[in-house]
Design a protein around this ligand. Sequence first.
Ligand SMILES: [Zn+2]
Length: 77
Amino acid sequence: MKIHCPSCGKEIETLKRFCKYCGYEFSDDDKKQFSDYKWQQWQNENRNSNFEKMLLIKVGIIAVIVIIMCMLLSGLN
Ligand SMILES: [Zn+2]
């Protein structure tokens, strides 16, 4: 989802008071829509980084279990 100027339809990167392409003055609803989009984007990034952290923790736990198993097995032999 991208924000487009309601007047000229150009994609807006940073929302200022006026569209830099056509000079359209953004309404409060336009600004609200834009901040919602930014917020969703931030949330998605946050979720992805949490997922990566959880994956690293799981891999770490499995590695520790494998090492302990190897030590136990070599101790028995
Ligand atoms: Zn425009």
